[in-house]
Design a protein around this ligand. Structure first.
Ligand code: NI
Ligand code: MN
Length: 225
């Protein structure tokens, strides 16, 4: 599985020939000005919740790629009403897609569309695919619900928000990685705005001191899992 960081909470996942884009917010992110949304491939677009910093580029990318939008029922219905293709899910549900299985799991956050309309309840995804399992937490607080994940899935990577203020910060993300029983962490949802700027070296050191590996990718950089 190849994972590319497009800045903020946006990720591109490649599993064999399938391209999965998560929470596209690129054109509104000055730090991602070198990423051209017209070159991003997407067979599926996964959305954790309806906030602007997670859905800004959905319409432009889905229009070009005909990607299937996967999210909670309310978000998928919103995009289906605009003519896009979608696959609705809700908390606790798993579906077998051609790239692997996805489970929509709990997140503690909010989920309104930019105009204030209801965006369902926020979530995260557990993806089991190509012999690698990952957890994409979405925007969330630390929650005991995370302990449910390793009861069924042995994770190879946990993708956790670390920017604090709107989500978990470093200290809670370290506990979250204990809860999900995964010591390999990709941090996201940091540095984009003033509220969520972090000290990279201090963050990595804190994880290292707990025998955990926090990876922080440059925008546009990829890792192979
Ligand atoms: Ni949010
Ligand atoms: Mn966010």
């Amino acid at each position: 599985m190849k994972i590319t960081f497009y800045g903020h909470a946006c990720l591109g996942l490649q599993i064999e020939d399938t391209h999965i884009l998560v929470d596209p917010f690129i054109s509104g992110n000055p730090k991602a000005a070198h990423i051209d949304i017209n070159t991003i491939k997407a067979d599926y677009i996964l959305l954790t919740h309806a906030h602007q910093d997670h859905i800004l580029d959905v319409e432009a990318i889905a229009k070009r790629t005909d990607a299937v939008i996967v999210s909670n029922f309310e978000i998928v219905t919103h995009f289906q009403n605009l003519g896009f293709e979608g696959h609705p899910m809700n908390h606790g549900g798993t579906w077998d897609f051609d790239f692997g299985s996805l489970k929509y799991v709990n997140a503690i956050h909010t989920s309104s569309f930019p105009d204030g309309s209801y965006g369902g309840q926020p979530g995260g995804f557990v993806l089991e695919g190509e012999h690698k399992n990952i957890y994409i937490a979405g925007d969330t607080a630390l929650t005991f619900d995370m302990k449910l994940i390793p009861m069924q899935t042995k994770l190879d990577l946990a993708i956790l928000p670390i920017g604090d203020n709107f989500t978990m910060g470093i200290n809670d993300a370290i506990i979250a990685s204990d809860f999900v029983e995964c010591d390999k962490i990709l941090g996201y949802h940091f540095d984009t705005f003033g509220y969520i700027e972090i000290d990279h070296e201090a963050a990595k050191r804190k994880f290292f001191e707990k025998d955990k590996d926090l990876m922080l990718l440059e925008i546009g950089e990829s890792l192979e899992l």
